[in-house]
Structure formats: C-alpha cells, structure tokens
Write a protein that binds this ligand. Structure first.
Ligand SMILES: Cc1ncc(COP(=O)(O)O)c(C=O)c1O
Length: 381
C-alpha cells in the first residue's frame, strides 16, 4: 500500500469485533482502580494481599453471575486458547486410557483442532463431525459417533467465521444420556448472546476476554463441580489446584467488569437489525453477485460473512484500507486457500475466495456501514 493511500484515522471503520474488541472505558477504569490499590499477592495473608484477593474473588463472582454458575466453578486462564487446551488436555490426562476418544466438529477454532491433533499424537482418537451447508452439526451424528471409549464431546457454541450457533442444548441431552462431559467453546458467544451454563447444559465452557471488551491475556474456563481436570500448569495450588500461577488481580478485574457489562447489555436486537440492514443494502447493490455464508437465522447477531462471487476477498479489502474486516481464506503464493470452516460447509473454492467476514460491535453505527456498502459496490460491482 503506498503511503498516499493510507486513510486518515478519522476515516477508520472497525468491523472486526470477532477478531478482537476494544477495551470498554468502564473496564479500563476498573483496571485503573485495581492497578493503584491491589498490588499485593492475592495469596498473601497480610494487608497487602487482601485487596488483591478481594479483587480476584469479586471478578470471579461477576464471571460466575454472567454464566449462572458457582464462583468456585470458574478458573481464570490467559484466554480462550488456554481455556480450550485446559478442557481437552485436562480431561484427557485426568483419565488413564491413552486411546480415549473425543468427539468434536469440523468447524472448530484452531484452539480446539490443534490440541485434538496433539492428543492424537499421544494415542487419542478424535472424530470431527461434519456440518451442513449452514455450518451446523446434526445431533444424531453426534450420538452415533459416541463409543465406549469416548471421554469428551466438544462442540463450539458459535462459530468465529460465519457466526452459526450450534444446537448445544440437544448435544447436552445426548452427553447426559451417555454420562460424558460436554465442553463448549463460547469465546464468540459470551457478550453477544445469553450464555447460561444451566440452559446450555454444558459441563465445561471457555471464555476469551478480548472478545467481550476486556483486554487480551485473560479468559476463563467454567468447570462443573465434580469434573476432574489435570492442570496444564503445575505449581502452587492457585485456582483450586487447577491452574498454577499468581493470579492477576488486574486482568481478572477486567474480565469481571466486562462480564458485568455484558450482563446488563440489551443491545443484541438493535445490533442484529443493523447487521441485517447492512446485508439488505449489499444485496440491493450487488444482487446475486453476493451470497451469505452461515445460517440465515441461527447466527451471532453481529456477524455477516459474505462471498463476492468471482472476486478475491483479500483484494477487495486491500482496496479499501480504511475498513478493518477479515477474509476467511488465506492467500499463499498467489493461490487462495479455502478456510477449513468454509470448506467443511461445502462452499466452493470460487465462492470461498471471495469471502469476507464483517463483525459489528456495540459501537457500530449505520453511517459507517452505509459507507462500507458504497465502497463494496464500487470494488465488487
Ligand atoms: C471460537 C474461538 N475460540 C477460541 C479463540 C481463542 O481465544 P484467545 O485469542 O483468547 O486465545 C478464538 C479467538 O479467535 C475464537 O474465536
């Protein structure tokens, strides 16, 4: 990109909230308080430890309140990837069958796929369930995949690329029938949809702070009381002996504050209406040269993944540098490689190459989307 084409920051439009969110000013303010008052070690019994311990436990309570679980069922982690790794590897290592079987889906984030591949190298067997054209699994196929060796089902709540929401409560009923724990990666849904562990019926659930207006470097794993996990990080007995390392009161406070804000956020319907207006405007301008990827209704309220037919998504975005959005497909040596999620959904390589994911945030305005529609019509029309 030549310097004369660099947009002025006033022109920036951020539509990549599924990649990361900004830190909410109220989250930053809560962190500021803790930064100056709670420097002690949360485990220290003296006056300096108490405020740090209080901050960590208040935050744990806020995360638990959002999810509807007990505070002791929350383990703070460094983010969504660690939470997923702890769920998968922690359960695998807490039992003694090296050939144990795990069932997951073909559309998981790499933070599930890669730990599964690692466990396969240790002897585990993993089934990746197929999805339909909208990105959903069939719960009957989940039931059919279970074997006497199955120790865990892991099905993401909402997909990061296309936003499709999985039938988690139906999966949970099957998991319960078989007495097998169900994990869900809720990194994308927490803060966008109501996520209550009792409604979903899950035994483990992963959260990523930087997807819900907290900073990077903090997340959490919900673990239902009674589910045994081997820690990933051994050391002192932090987090109930499940994750060693002195807790960061600062980062825990940030996640707690973000969960408190998410609990009071009522903007999902407005966000969905804005997203749908954006999609209608694109269809008006481009007709059948633009197609939707993902489920038409059972989808995150902020996510619009569309394919510009006959175009390359990365080239479109490169021509409109003021707009931050994502392409699902990677360009390698001039060849466009279809994202595994779109490939699993049966999207053709041609349509997949033209895919762009727009993900809206709580601050996104119609005038921004209107400008993006104009730019896309120019680039892809
Ligand atoms: C569905 C999903 N799971 C897990 C992660 C990883 O979370 P983190 O970046 O906090 O490690 C992401 C982040 O993109 C995600 O979208």
């Amino acid at each position: 990109m030549s310097p004369d084409r660099l947009p002025h920051p006033d022109e920036f439009i951020y539509l990549d909230y599924n990649a990361s969110t900004p830190i909410d000013a109220r989250v930053a303010a809560a962190m500021q308080d803790v930064m100056t008052t709670a420097f002690g070690n949360p485990s220290s019994p003296h006056w300096a430890g108490a405020p740090a311990r209080d901050a960590v436990e208040t935050a744990r309570g806020q995360v638990a309140a959002l999810l509807g679980c007990a505070p002791r069922e929350i383990i703070f982690t460094s983010g969504g990837s660690e939470a997923n790794n702890l769920a998968l590897k922690g359960l695998y290592h807490a039992q003694d069958n090296p050939q144990a079987h795990i069932v997951t889906t073909a559309v998981e984030h790499p933070a599930i796929v890669a730990p599964c591949r690692f466990l396969e190298r240790l002897g585990a067997r993993v089934t990746f369930l197929p999805v339909d054209g909208t990105g959903r699994i069939d719960p009957d196929q989940l039931r059919a995949a279970i074997t006497p060796d199955t120790i865990l089902l892991s099905v993401m709540h909402a997909n990061n690329e296309v936003g499709t929401v999985q039938p988690i409560a139906e999966c949970a009923a099957i998991a319960r029938e078989h007495g097998i724990p169900l994990h869900t990666d809720a990194a994308q849904s927490v803060g966008k949809l109501p996520v209550r562990v009792a409604d979903l019926g899950v035994d483990l659930l992963s959260i990523a702070g930087h997807k819900l207006y907290a900073p990077k470097g903090i997340g959490a794993l919900y673990v239902r009381e009674g589910v045994q996990l081997e820690p990933l990080i051994h050391g002192a007995g932090h987090e109930g002996g499940r994750r060693a390392g002195t807790e960061s009161a600062l980062l825990a406070t940030a996640l707690g504050a973000a969960c408190g804000l998410a609990a009071g956020w009522t903007g999902a319907d407005g966000m969905e209406a804005l997203r749908d207006r954006f999609w209608s405007a694109l269809q008006d301008r481009l007709g059948d040269r633009v197609v939707l990827n993902g489920h038409p209704e059972l989808r995150l309220p902020n996510t619009l993944n569309v394919s510009f037919i006959g175009r390359v998504g990365a080239a479109i975005l490169a021509a409109m540098p003021a707009v931050a959005a994502s392409t699902g497909s990677a360009c390698h040596a001039g060849r466009v490689e279809l994202s595994p999620v779109l490939a699993a959904m049966g999207v053709t390589p041609e349509a997949g190459a033209g895919a762009i994911r727009f993900s809206l945030g709580r601050e996104t305005r119609w005038d921004e989307l209107e400008r993006v529609v104009g730019m896309l019509a120019e680039q892809a029309g």
